[in-house]
Design a protein around this ligand. Structure first.
Ligand code: AMP
Ligand code: ZN
Length: 144
């Protein structure tokens, strides 16, 4: 099992600092976020230490993703919510503060006061197709 001795989530996984767990599997734990965006906010945390989502092995990512519908149903019901956000912040620039990849599941209520949506941009000229081509190349998918 991979762990980082300085990582707060590795310490949570190994029971070295306290957490409120709501679900455990062989590869992940689900804990209450200590500072919820909306009350009922939980974190799906892989037991193995991987810094960002891009570092996750596909099978572990599939396992974490497979928990999202079930966890979301429970969180939404427990918070008397009507929707939810599932978010992964990856990298400091994207708001990641704990460098052990995790999924946020946040219940949403009509009057929860959380500011959404994010701002949006517009593509100009052939920018969209150029970026799409680059993404396909990076994905190793044959060209347009
Ligand atoms: P992120 O900013 O995406 O890296 O999210 C880190 C999340 O971890 C934040 O929502 C924090 O409130 C939460 N957090 C930090 N320390 C703890 C802890 N000891 N127990 C539970 N949640 C924590
Ligand atoms: Zn860790």
């Amino acid at each position: 099992m991979s762990r980082d001795p300085h990582c707060i989530f590795c310490k949570i996984v190994h029971g070295e600092i306290p957490s409120v767990r709501v679900l455990e599997t062989d590869r992940a734990i689900v804990v209450m976020d200590v500072a919820p965006v909306v009350k009922g906010h939980v974190l799906i945390i892989p037991r193995d230490h991987h810094e960002q989502v891009r570092d996750l092995p596909d099978d572990l990512a599939a396992h974490l993703g497979s928990l999202v519908p079930r966890v979301t149903r429970a969180v939404v019901a427990a918070a008397d919510a009507v929707g939810s956000n599932t978010i992964i912040n990856s990298g400091k620039v994207a708001g990641q503060t704990v460098d052990h990849c995790h999924w946020h599941v946040i219940p949403r209520l009509a009057d929860d006061g959380v500011d959404w949506p994010w701002p949006s941009q517009e593509y100009s000229g052939d920018e969209k197709s150029r970026i799409a081509s680059r993404i396909r190349r990076e994905l190793d998918v044959s060209a347009d």
